[in-house]
Design a protein around this ligand. Sequence first.
Ligand SMILES: Cc1cc2nc3c(=O)[nH]c(=O)nc-3n(C[C@H](O)[C@H](O)[C@H](O)COP(=O)(O)O)c2cc1C
Length: 277
Amino acid sequence: MPERTIMERVTSAPVYHRYRDPDLTELAHRNETLDVLLGHHSVRSFTAEPIDTATLETIAAAAQSAPTSSNLQAWSVVAVRDPHRKSRLAALAGDQAFIVEAPVFLVFVADLGRARRLAESRDVPLDGADYLESTLLGFIDAALGAQNAVVAAESLGWGTVYVGAVRNNPELIADELGLPSGAFPVFGLAIGRPGNDTAGVKPRLPLSAVLHHDTYDVAAADAGVTAYDERLGEYNREQGRDTPWTTAVLGRLRDASSLKGRDKIRHSLVSRGWPSH
Ligand SMILES: Cc1cc2nc3c(=O)[nH]c(=O)nc-3n(C[C@H](O)[C@H](O)[C@H](O)COP(=O)(O)O)c2cc1C
């Protein structure tokens, strides 16, 4: 077998694709878990291969293995496989076709409903649940579980993509899923066997812009942005896109209308039993 050139070795390393940083071609450690994590990319094209209940249970067990604040386990997940329900959910979540294409659409739910029903049945107060802190707790718990689900699914060869657009219409999504009061849809996760998937690994900001030692270094946080615009630009050109990262960031957060309905999330939270004081 011919020896690989240095360049071939560098560009085949997972960390190279993650950053496209010529100065970061190797990490100190490498194993199967790290390769799954570093090789992540969102998949938005799926084959028709179904996903069975046993696989869903495996993924859910990995999700439940995530740490959870005070062991409250303030989250749930609804696995939607019914094509009609997936279509209705897709229409409510930005009309994203891959939601229907994926054999399963998981909707992760921040869930203090169980605790609320427990308090009701014992006739005790649960006022702590009404504060923003408890809302954050439920959302954080749901996110930690979901990301474990992503890693588990990808380790089994499935592709995944999150769908924050579930929060465009949280009340209608909640109705569609029959969520009780105290349960709030946080995001969806489409899972399926990758189909015509050419996305590849999307580079991230330079490590030095994100990892700070002992105290936060604003100069370092901002210094990597120009280099990143170039590195992501290269990836975007390969994908037939041309919006620089800096333009995309400013556009995504420009005003209330760029939140696509999510500017009303406080109202939705209150209506679903999350006062969030
Ligand atoms: C909470 C969350 C919500 C997201 N919502 C959507 C979505 O509605 N539609 C979509 O196509 N991608 C969505 N994504 C995927 C991101 O666009 C993607 O993770 C990001 O561009 C980085 O690309 P990568 O996952 O391929 O590395 C979401 C990701 C997260 C974490």
